[in-house]
Design a protein around this ligand. Structure first.
Ligand code: IMP
Ligand code: MG
Length: 184
């Protein structure tokens, strides 16, 4: 990671500031207020999708005053031997989710492929309900069928880094969000 004035270079690409940590905080608090209200009489299990969600999940749960559990999962990608798409297996789940109200915490929902896959797997485990919280949402890229119940900030299709999001492994530790600078 290399800073030049206020741009940051990750691998071979440059990114410029996009959304400040102050704006991020406001959006996180707004989501938390809604969850505090909507889940006041429930004990949901918050399920963060690693790696990207770690900062958002941490910030969000600090603003929650409801009774809740917090856990994390990963979706491991296996490219099949044939070129027929991708199977994503759910790993790291230790809790029995049968009958539970599950709140998925995603850093970003883009095409919706990941969230559709995860939502289907959770329903198959016999959960009572699945609620989706996407801190960032790319509505113009979305092709999924899962309802995104709570969104922090809607963004365009440009590639972002920071606040947990990476470019090929780098940039997750940036506290602000950065947007890719077009090469001309
Ligand atoms: P989807 O399955 O297309 O919705 O994509 C979800 C995943 O793609 C996210 O969890 C991220 O890991 C990654 N992703 C999508 N857009 C971005 C971005 O702008 N920056 C970094 N990662 C992204
Ligand atoms: Mg992710």
């Amino acid at each position: 990671m290399e800073f030049q004035r206020n741009t940051v270079k990750l691998h071979n690409k440059y990114f410029k500031p996009f959304i400040s940590d102050k704006e991020i905080h406001k959006a996180v608090v707004a989501i938390a207020e809604k969850l505090n209200n909507d889940f006041a009489s429930k004990t949901p299990i918050l399920l963060g999708v690693l790696n990207g969600c770690f900062m958002f999940a941490s910030d969000l749960v600090k603003e929650l005053n409801i009774s809740c559990e917090v856990s994390f999962v990963k979706l491991a990608s296996y490219k099949g031997t044939q070129s027929t798409g991708e199977i994503k297996s759910l790993i790291g789940l230790n809790e029995n989710l049968k009958g539970r109200d599950v709140i998925i915490l995603e850093d970003i929902v883009d095409t919706g492929h990941t969230i559709d896959n995860l939502s289907a797997q959770l329903h198959a485990l016999g959960v009572n309900s699945v609620t989706v919280v996407a801190f960032l949402f790319k509505p113009n890229a979305y092709r999924g069928s899962t309802i995104i119940n709570y969104t922090g900030i809607e963004v365009g299709n440009e590639f972002l880094v920071g606040y947990g999001l990476d470019y090929d492994g780098l940039g997750r530790n940036l506290k602000d969000l950065y947007i890719i600078i077009d090469e001309v």
